[in-house]
Design a protein around this ligand. Sequence first.
Ligand code: KG4
Ligand code: ZN
Length: 333
Amino acid sequence: MSIILAIESSCDETSVAVCNNGKITANVIANQTIHENYGGVIPELASRVHQQNIVPAVQQALSIAKVNKNDLNGVAFTQGPGLLGSLLVGVSFAKSFALALNLPLISVNHMQAHILAHFIDDPKPKFPFLCLTVSGGHTQIVLVKDYFDMEIVGETLDDAAGEAFDKTAKILNLPYPGGPLIDKHAQQGNPLAFKFPEPQIQGLNYSFSGFKTAILYFIRDSQKENPLFVEENLADICASVQYSIINILLNKLKKSAKQYNIKEIAIAGGVSANSGLRNSLSQLKDSLGWNVYIPAFQYCTDNAGMIAIAGYQKFLAGDFVKQDVSPMARMNF
Ligand code: KG4
Ligand code: ZN
């Protein structure tokens, strides 16, 4: 028997989950709306809201999971990467909770957890598999050999794919976070209406900063000719930008699948909630004979369910940390 409580507080979601023998029985996510006014996450505000949210979120998760705190067997927390002030709230809570209840403490790397979210529901990928991990801060192609034996084989040299969505949204005057809104408008638009250049980066790495600048100039020039260009073409712009980002992402993923001769392919992270990416990947399943793994929506964007499942695997392996552990993980797995 093992019941793990997990805390995720790396960015602007305070999330608490319970994993009972490998099953997620609660996954509470308290979103922070305060950042909408600023067009991006304000770290100092995020950590303050985490402090307000954390105790109620823990109580709610225990109540949903119908678990008493005395029945817990371990406490897992996100040990970065993320915002230091936000991480500190989660790790400080986890440390004191574990100390008070005499429980083992388990540290989890946020990016590994996004990938391990695939082990919450069936079907689960078989090792080795390739995972395209696309979030607001990272874009990585990861060769996953075992639960905690992972190798980054390609990654962005500058902006992340989520940032490309969010920055495009900002250019279009859409509120933060823009990814889901671009996705929504794109569903009514023509993905071939406008063309954007694909970055020419060698190997399996990505670059999105030039792409973002190309969009900025395209919108600026089009608005010079027609000040209502964005309003009149919003759906087509969103569909075309989304189509281009997906093409960039999938072209390198295809290349890595070929290079490593792997047909077990997964996606993870906030951008894996994108309907266009999910559809395009499903189509590759048939054309390339891939086995494709796409997480349930609730496990794509930041959530403690993924920390709990990763924590559960570490619990089984007896991989614990001490009270003096740093709140910030090393970037490498
Ligand atoms: O993994 P995540 O929740 O947080 C980080 O670890 O960064 O990812 C957040 C990112 C944001 O950039 C957000 O705009 C993007 O995921 N995102 C989406 C969608 N839902 C979230 N991007 C495109 N389409 C979506 N449906
Ligand atoms: Zn994330």
